[in-house]
Ligand binder design. Structure first.
Ligand SMILES: [Zn+2]
Length: 203
């Protein structure tokens, strides 16, 4: 493998190994670390505790004793000297991919599953912008093209539509869940505890 290829592979989130979840000593999430960063924390002995069985083994160079070094990467690592508290009031930036991920590619009006037809997903403003509705998490919903054009410049009530779930702003833990497509079960369990229980249906 050339140096160029190696550089390219570690540029992606997690690279060849699944990303490791970095948390502070209180268990507050900090960020996803790609495997190279995680290895550095192991080597520098910055890890206070870990969660889960090692998900991957990184093989290093040959050591003086002739043995090949190896580092076992755990799904969650708690580091000295980091502070997850700064993300307690974090609200992720609103974007279409983040919005569609929040709503799991489901139209919040007719309920149709758009995950296999992503081009049909649109950002709907529950209170239309033309009527003073803000472009913020609590006022946006994933809508299929048909529902969006039926709704037009009207409120759901005026258009005879009903929201299937209450729009909300994801917190930081949920943002991390939505951001990582290769999330491990131990990481999901850890982060899910920090996602507030919400009433997802209006029924
Ligand atoms: Zn729809």
């Amino acid at each position: 493998m050339s140096t160029k290829n190696r550089t390219k592979r570690v540029m992606t989130l997690g690279g060849v190994f699944p990303p490791v979840l970095v948390v502070d000593l209180a268990g507050r999430p900090v960020h996803w670390a790609h495997w190279q960063e995680a290895v550095r924390h192991y080597v520098l002995e910055q890890i206070a505790w870990t969660v889960g069985d090692p998900a991957s083994v990184v093989r290093g160079g040959i050591q003086m004793n002739g043995e090949r070094s190896r580092v076992h990467l755990h799904p969650v690592i708690a580091l000295h000297g980091v502070n997850g508290g700064v993300f307690e009031d974090y609200t992720p930036a609103l974007s279409n991919p983040a919005l569609f991920a929040r709503d799991r590619y489901r139209c919040l009006y007719c309920g149709s599953d758009l995950s296999a037809r992503r081009a049909l997903a649109t950002r709907d403003h529950v209170i239309p912008i033309s009527r003073g509705g803000p472009d913020r998490w609590a006022n946006v919903a994933t809508a299929c093209r048909a529902c969006n054009s039926r709704k037009d410049d009207r409120t759901p009530e005026e258009a005879g539509l009903r929201l299937l779930a209450v729009p909300y702003a994801p917190n930081y833990a949920e943002h991390l869940i939505l951001e990582n497509r290769r999330i491990l079960a131990d990481q999901m369990v850890f982060l899910a505890k920090r996602v507030p229980r919400r009433r997802h249906t209006t029924n």
